[in-house]
Design a protein around this ligand. Structure first.
Ligand code: ATP
Ligand code: MG
Length: 377
């Protein structure tokens, strides 16, 4: 089995080898390559200690990602490569971080600290695959299985529970029975994971191709990790993050999403959508235009997509029908020129004209609108 490694990564392996160190590509990139997918980034593990990694790549720009944990990133013209010293994690005291890490010369020990067997495979172009935990078999059977004893691994680091569920959703894999049971048993520990990390895993999970299946099967765990979430199917709706967030956090949406550190745009969009989803769906063109007026095109589009009513909005948008003050054939200056008092009245008049145009009671025509505005005055 050959894996196609990009030149810049091969050069990094070669440089380490020439300096007398062992090195392999490892983790997600090997898993993805074995599945026939193009890896997003390439991680290298090596027997070289962090200072030796830096020495080997002294002519490159390097970034100390975590010298204490043995990770150095080197920046090459082809891309950046994260290089990590083989390590054994010490005792975990807070269900999240090892108290200390120890470096080792043994690749198998490094693979043993990794979360799932599919992520514990290493590859070198000359040596081939190193797979002491049968990760290839797990990939072939589409199974997520912990390296070692599942409950112990989740107790060490509860983020692994969320990573496991995320992989199940994104890759469409099954969780092996013992690992799934241990996840349930350790679910409360996910409360110790930082909101930022929960955010990353949850977002990938709910956008994954098997999101509904994972939400259904493991909703109880996900609801513990993400307070306020109600595990409901989301895949029939639009493939946009705020839409799925709105469906999963139907009540107290803002508080729940802020707690999970979602950015302003996602929070605001999801809050507006969750509000709309609690109302009766709009009937007819006028209701759709009012929705456009209240929420703007982006949210209105997501809402209609969620309702599965795609063409309606496009019909309004393409027909050029009016739903915002900016689209009126008159503006504030026109109204002032026609003799309407500047100030608050102008805004009110424009609002009135827009409502009347949306209701189809007057044409969006400059003369007719001016007449109407003056008559109202
Ligand atoms: P992705 O496709 O999201 O990048 P990945 O498996 O590559 O998935 P990374 O976060 O890039 O995930 O981590 C690289 C590798 O480091 C993993 O494949 C795994 O071997 C190991 N790893 C990452 N996080 C953990 C963890 N919490 N516990 C144990 N091993 C981990
Ligand atoms: Mg990765």
């Amino acid at each position: 089995m050959n894996i196609n490694i990009p030149d810049y990564v091969n050069s990094a392996l070669l440089a380490l080898e020439n300096a007398g160190h062992q090195s392999f590509v490892v983790g997600g990139c090997v898993r993805d390559a074995l599945m026939g997918k193009k890896p997003a980034d390439w991680d290298v593990c090596t027997s070289a200690r962090p200072e030796q990694i830096k020495e080997t790549f002294s002519s490159y720009k390097t970034i100390d990602i975590g010298m204490k944990h043995g990770t150095v990133a080197i920046l090459t013209s082809g891309g950046s490569v994260e290089i990590t010293t083989y390590r054994i994690d010490g005792a975990y005291l807070d269900n999240r971080h090892p108290e200390k890490v120890m470096f080792t010369d043994d690749l198998t020990e490094d693979l043993a600290r990794r979360d799932f067997t599919m992520n514990a495979i290493a590859y070198h172009p000359k040596d081939g695959l190193r797979d002491p935990f049968d990760g290839q078999k797990a990939i072939a059977n589409r199974l997520i299985r912990c390296v070692g004893e599942p409950a112990k691994r989740f107790e060490e680091d509860a983020l692994r529970i969320l990573r496991g569920l995320r992989f199940a959703s994104v890759l469409g894999f099954q969780l092996e029975k013992e690992s799934a049971e241990a996840m349930r048993q350790c679910a409360e520990l996910t409360k110790k994971v930082s909101a930022e990390r929960i955010n990353v895993e949850l977002s990938k999970l709910i956008m994954g191709s098997s999101a509904d299946k994972v939400l259904q099967e493991f909703g109880d765990i996900i609801e513990i990790a993400a307070p306020g979430l109600r595990a409901v199917p989301v895949s029939h709706a639009s493939e946009k993050l705020p839409v799925r967030l709105a469906m999963l956090f139907p009540e107290k949406t803002e508080a729940a999403l802020r707690q999970l550190k979602y950015d302003n745009h996602n929070v605001k969009t999801a809050v507006a959508l969750a509000g709309l989803l609690r109302e009766a769906p709009p009937e007819g063109g006028l209701a759709a235009k009012k929705l456009l007026y209240r929420h703007g095109e982006e949210i209105a589009r997501m809402y209609f997509e969620t309702l599965g009513r795609f063409p309606e909005l496009d019909e309004i948008l393409q027909s050029g029908q009016c739903y915002s003050v900016g689209q009126l054939a008159v503006n504030g200056r026109d109204l002032i020129a026609a003799g309407i008092e500047p100030g608050k009245t102008i805004g009110e008049s424009l609002e009135y004209l827009l409502q009347t145009v949306m209701e189809g009671k007057v044409e969006n025509d400059k003369e007719q609108l001016l007449q109407l505005a003056l008559k109202k005055k």
